[in-house]
Design a protein around this ligand. Structure first.
Ligand SMILES: C[S@@+](CC[C@H](N)C(=O)[O-])C[C@H]1O[C@@H](n2cnc3c(N)ncnc32)[C@H](O)[C@@H]1O
Length: 228
């Protein structure tokens, strides 16, 4: 019995139907997963695929927006932001500040998502200038504009702050626009990972086709049986 795959979920697919004789002749498929089944948290199209093959395929259709999050306090939101970045096919997540980040909420989605470290806001600014990508701060501070009416640049990096302090003054000063999600209740803010998911959804509403791209590709929905 092979060691369980480290990325486990409660549902998945069993061994490839028909056994070894029916295995597809395709380098993207992982023999161990074909033999034992695939319970990773991946969409059906990627069932039984090697991790490197999934990353390579995602690289073919990632969106041109980036996500950056200031990391001065090991904020628990960061993992969830990485997970949403993966779900919305962001180009790269930039962790600004401390190199170590709280991976709990990522649910191992960081394996499939490019994540890079920037020493500080100045380093993010230097990278953004070099890449020709405008920084869009996401926060509800004086002078911000509502996201509902904001025209997202197709290439951009959306920059989020942390629980408590929010974005640093340096981060806001480095941004071409500051964009807020309109709120209607009594709380001063939503949490950073919720704000990040809303912002990414807002970007894809303006710039991405309605049908998720991965589902359109040939081979969507593999032949495996749901193992329950
Ligand atoms: C919990 S907030 C803290 C700061 C917030 N400005 C305040 O006054 O409470 C943490 C981060 O979440 C994001 N955020 C929370 N609510 C937001 C909103 N309504 N609009 C835009 N960003 C928001 C921002 O990136 C912010 O820096």
């Amino acid at each position: 019995m092979a060691a369980p795959h480290p990325e486990r979920t409660t549902a998945g697919v069993g061994p490839w139907p028909g056994g070894r004789a029916e295995w597809p002749e395709d380098e993207r498929y992982d023999p161990e997963l074909l033999e034992h089944g695939d319970t990773r948290n991946v969409i059906d199209r990627y069932r039984y695929w090697r991790m490197a093959a999934i990353v390579a395929d995602l690289d073919e259709h990632r969106h041109p927006f980036h996500v950056a999050i200031e990391n001065w306090q090991h904020d628990m939101n960061i993992g969830s932001i990485v997970r949403s970045a993966n779900a919305f096919a962001a180009d790269t997540v930039h962790i600004v500040g401390r190199r170590r980040w709280n991976k709990r909420g990522a649910m191992v989605t960081d394996r499939y998502q490019h994540v890079e470290h920037r020493e500080d806001v100045a380093a993010l600014v230097a990278w953004a200038r070099e890449a020709g990508v405008p920084i869009i701060a996401i926060d509800n501070v004086p002078g911000c504009v509502p996201m509902e009416t904001f025209d997202w640049p197709e290439r951009c990096v959306m920059l989020f702050g942390q629980e408590g302090p929010g974005l640093t003054e340096e981060a806001i000063a480095a941004s071409e626009a500051v964009v807020e999600i309109t709120q209607y209740g009594s709380t001063r803010s939503i949490n950073a990972s919720a704000a990040a998911a809303v912002a990414m959804f807002s970007w894809v509403q303006q710039h991405s086709p309605l049908v998720p791209r991965a589902a359109e590709l040939p081979g969507a929905g593999g032949p495996g049986q749901l193992a329950g």
